[in-house]
Ligand binder design. Structure first.
Ligand SMILES: *[C@@H]1O[C@H](CO)[C@@H](O)[C@H](O)[C@H]1NC(C)=O
Ligand SMILES: *[C@@H]1O[C@H](CO)[C@@H](O)[C@H](O)[C@H]1NC(C)=O
Ligand SMILES: *[C@@H]1O[C@H](CO)[C@@H](O)[C@H](O)[C@H]1NC(C)=O
Ligand SMILES: *[C@@H]1O[C@H](CO)[C@@H](O)[C@H](O)[C@H]1NC(C)=O
Ligand SMILES: *[C@@H]1O[C@H](CO)[C@@H](O)[C@H](O)[C@H]1NC(C)=O
Ligand SMILES: *[C@@H]1O[C@H](CO)[C@@H](O)[C@H](O)[C@H]1NC(C)=O
Ligand SMILES: *[C@@H]1O[C@H](CO)[C@@H](O)[C@H](O)[C@H]1NC(C)=O
Ligand SMILES: *[C@@H]1O[C@H](CO)[C@@H](O)[C@H](O)[C@H]1NC(C)=O
Ligand SMILES: *[C@@H]1O[C@H](CO)[C@@H](O)[C@H](O)[C@H]1NC(C)=O
Length: 548
């Protein structure tokens, strides 16, 4: 009955997803089925409309990822901005809020070699706010008072409003690409489109903190409905051409057309002819965030990595992940269709960062954990059960210090309780009258949880043996430490599907997810022998436990 988890054969050809391949140094693997990203402490990376840059500071080089936080209740994309860094694009360290003063929509950053400043551009109040800092992770000061950049005056004269944008630099030149919303366009529909928006491009001043007040449309010759609904851009250069990637009007949706514009020049002007490729009908269930180059240290070849905010658990933006894939180019510089096969993965040569910082944390140092890399999905059903129970086999003798579970709140005014216990075996655990050994518990009030999958941690101080079966119960707190039938608003957790490569690699490790139906406290079934606590076959909750 419950033994089925142990009978699965280990698939010989399993490969880990989104992990640096150990067989080849300087190679990063991207996988379409690894959407959620976590930092080294196990918290979901809370940065949407993310941008990745490779910068070299006095400490050395590394990759920086930053984007909009959606952790706070009711977040609408107006910040704050969160910042992370990594040398290998796998182990990300959280560097805190990017800026207290520059906060708004999608962030983009460029480095100006002449002023030795990092320049952060954020879209705010229909325009662009600019801050500078000597560090790419914080300390940004608004430029010239309010920090608002000046734009091509014809944009304001036409009643257009600046929206999603990108900035990118190429040597001593930099550009701003920005969507211009037209709320007065009579072609707006009752259902859709809500607005028309055309991408504009303008060169930046020499210090990259303002525009040159010029402005040109980025459009194919058709200037059709696709050209007039472009947003969420990024800019890159390749082989003497400028490329601008965009989605169509969508707003963190679960799939938008992906467009790539290209010009036969790296210094476009008003007369530049843009060619357009539709590279995906749905952008693999996402909206493009950006493109970043990875350089092969062996031969200098550059791979351009497209990445999207994807929405496995939308419409909540905080339940978004990201997908990454190398762009493929035709001989004429056109961009070929994205590959949205969920099983597809790519090994890409890249230059790792060389800073000598530590990229370890609570997750990477954990003793036992659900798979580090898996196709985690948000599940919000705690209100349907008296409790969910996640088990594992403890792999190290010592002192159990903590158990952490990735939890996101609903708009819930109830408390969450996580109770940690030891037990003999699964048969015993689900049998009537079985008493487990309580090791500890913690209750989390709504203000201790967020709208994204941060960790809820139970601190412990108990001796555990190698091979001992441990578990935790997860549910809405009831009176006096029990679980409540609930206020019908669930807490959300992350689940992976068992019998995947990742699970096999983890060796199963006694990890089973059990559920006890709401109010189910007696045998069930015609033979009177079915436990009210049943295995949720093939599933596991994202968690980790630390033994010292
Ligand atoms: C680190 O990498 C950067 C960028 O490639 C390079 O400029 C710098 O010299 C490197 N530093 C060390 C200590 O290797
Ligand atoms: C600051 O703004 C003033 C006008 O408000 C302008 O004259 C000046 O050039 C600006 N300085 C910079 C560095 O942009
Ligand atoms: C950009 O230049 C204008 C003047 O043209 C100035 O008013 C504004 O403050 C400048 N903005 C920034 C961010 O430098
Ligand atoms: C540029 O786009 C705007 C809308 O943002 C439109 O009104 C204008 O006609 C376009 N200009 C050209 C030259 O296509
Ligand atoms: C590097 O790029 C060059 C030119 O595009 C190409 O001929 C060569 O095959 C590439 N090398 C590798 C290892 O991909
Ligand atoms: C790491 O774990 C310790 C001990 O449980 C906890 O105090 C700390 O807050 C955790 N750090 C992060 C960043 O989650
Ligand atoms: C949640 O826990 C807090 C702190 O223990 C307590 O004050 C509050 O009454 C609890 N809320 C509910 C709905 O039980
Ligand atoms: C579970 O443990 C009990 C002792 O608590 C033992 O009698 C029983 O045989 C065990 N069952 C399995 C399936 O290992
Ligand atoms: C853990 O428990 C031991 C006694 O078993 C005690 O000496 C120690 O102070 C406790 N540590 C913490 C951090 O509570």
């Amino acid at each position: 009955m419950v033994a089925s988890w142990s009978t699965l054969a280990v698939a010989a050809a399993c490969l880990p997803s989104f992990v640096r391949a150990s067989s080849a140094a300087n190679t990063v693997t991207f996988s379409n089925n690894n959407e959620f990203l976590f930092d080294v402490d196990g918290n979901q990376i809370d940065a949407y409309a993310a941008k990745i840059n490779y910068f070299t500071t006095s400490e050395g080089s590394q990759y920086y990822l930053y984007g909009i936080s959606f952790a706070a209740p009711g977040s609408t994309g107006d910040g704050p901005l969160k910042s992370y860094s990594s040398v290998d694009l796998v182990n990300w360290k959280y560097n805190g809020i990017l800026s207290e003063t520059v906060a708004g929509g999608r962030p983009h950053m460029v480095y100006n070699a002449a002023t030795q400043k990092y320049v952060l551009w954020v879209n705010v109040d229909g325009g662009y706010q600019v801050g500078t800092s000597s560090s790419p992770t914080g300390g940004f000061e608004l430029v010239n008072g309010s920090g608002m950049a000046a734009l091509d005056p014809s944009v304001a004269a036409a009643g257009l409003i600046g929206a999603d944008h990108a900035v990118a630099s190429f040597g001593d030149k930099a550009y701003l690409a920005y969507a211009t919303l037209n709320f007065a366009d009579p072609r707006a529909g009752s259902l859709w489109p809500p607005i028309f928006q055309t991408m504009h491009l303008t060169p930046l001043t020499a210090d990259f903190t303002n525009t040159t007040l010029q402005g040109w449309n980025v459009t194919s010759p058709a200037f059709d409905a696709l050209d007039q609904q472009t947003e969420s851009p990024d800019i890159f250069e390749r082989d003497g051409k400028m490329y601008i990637v965009t989605s169509n009007t969508c707003g963190f949706c679960d799939g938008s057309i992906g467009l790539v514009y290209r010009a036969d020049t790296t210094t476009p002007d008003a007369d530049t002819q843009w060619k357009r490729d539709i590279v995906s009908g749905y952008s693999c269930g996402g909206q493009v965030e950006g493109v970043f180059p990875l350089t092969d240290p062996e031969n200098g070849n550059v791979t351009y990595i497209w990445h999207s905010t994807t929405v496995p658990g939308g419409p909540r933006v905080g339940f978004s992940g990201h997908i990454f894939q190398p762009l493929q180019f035709g001989d004429d510089g056109s961009v070929l269709d994205l590959n949205c096969n969920p099983k597809k993965q790519w090994d890409v040569p890249f230059t790792p960062g060389n800073v000598s910082a530590s990229y370890t944390g609570n997750l990477t140092e954990a003793t036992d954990a659900s798979p580090r890399f898996a196709n985690y999905q948000p599940v919000c059903d705690s209100n349907l059960y008296s409790a969910l129970y996640q088990t594992w086999t403890n792999s190290k003798a010592g002192t159990l210090r903590s158990v952490s579970v990735n939890v996101a709140a609903g708009n819930n005014n109830a408390n969450l309780t996580i109770t940690v216990f030891a037990f003999s075996n699964i048969s015993d655990l689900i049998a009537p009258s079985y008493k487990y050994t309580l090791l500890g518990s913690a209750t989390f009030t709504p203000d201790q949880l967020t709208q994204v999958f941060g960790t809820a941690t139970v601190s412990l101080n108990v001796t555990v043996a190698e091979g001992q079966m441990l578990g935790f119960a997860f549910g809405e707190a009831g009176a006096s430490g029990s679980f409540s039938l609930g206020n019908f608003i669930p807490f959300c957790h992350l689940e992976y599907t068992f019998a995947t490569c990742e699970q096999h690699q983890d060796g199963n490790n006694g990890q089973l997810l059990l559920q006890q139906g709401s109010g189910q406290n007696s045998f069930r079934g015609l033979k009177g022998n079915i436990s009210p606590v049943t295995v949720r076959h093939g599933k596991g909750i994202k968690f980790f436990a630390t033994v010292e």
